[in-house]
Design a protein around this ligand. Sequence first.
Ligand code: PGA
Length: 246
Amino acid sequence: MKLISANWKMNLTPSQTKEYLQKFLPLIYGLEGREVLICPPFPSLCVASEMLKDSSIKLGAQNCHHDKKGAYTGEVSLDMLKELGISYVIVGHSERRWIFGESDEFVNKKITACLKASVRPILCVGERLEEREAGLTFKVVETQIRLALSGLEEFTDSLDIAYEPVWAIGTGNPATPEDAQVVHAYIKDLLCHINPKHGGKTRVLYGGSVNPRNSGDYMRMKDVDGLLVGGASLEPESFAQIIKSF
Ligand code: PGA
């Protein structure tokens, strides 16, 4: 099933989350044939969890720590998140990699912890502008995927991957659907190589300046299995339009 996910980043307080969901739920009521995921910031998870408990919309977190508990000031464990009903975690988002210095090794630990906890990770990968211009897109994406999945090769069917070119995130300058398709096809080939038995089962989402006007074009691409939407998911109407655009 196609997966359309909202990454709210550091936006929408608990009361704003309540208001958002009150508007959003009727907009997509009864819609079938796609999986919808919302990833609010940590403090808003509780109210979202309460409001989504009778709906088919899934709840996800934007980050987690890989240990079960301990002296990690400011961090949040998967057990804590699971108690709030989350079933997904975004791992290795480029903002975590480039603003907060998350390494591929750390990303690998988080993916390992998610799989152990039966929480589905969405592994984000993508090249920076200078890497794209140097012709390194495939190499960067391959390295990120191989390192993130090191030791986890047999579990590729228990996670999703989001291809998010860093230069397209929040810039209003998205990759063309055709360019995204080429990278998605490359990622799928790579996954089949890494895990010949189940590699073909991993969904590959596109993220980076998706909006209601371009979302349908991505979803028409053969190897685009869903979307990860930042800015355009912050308004209920705009996110609902994206969900209904295919
Ligand atoms: P954007 O963000 O849609 O605002 O470009 C996407 C993301 O970072 O997941």
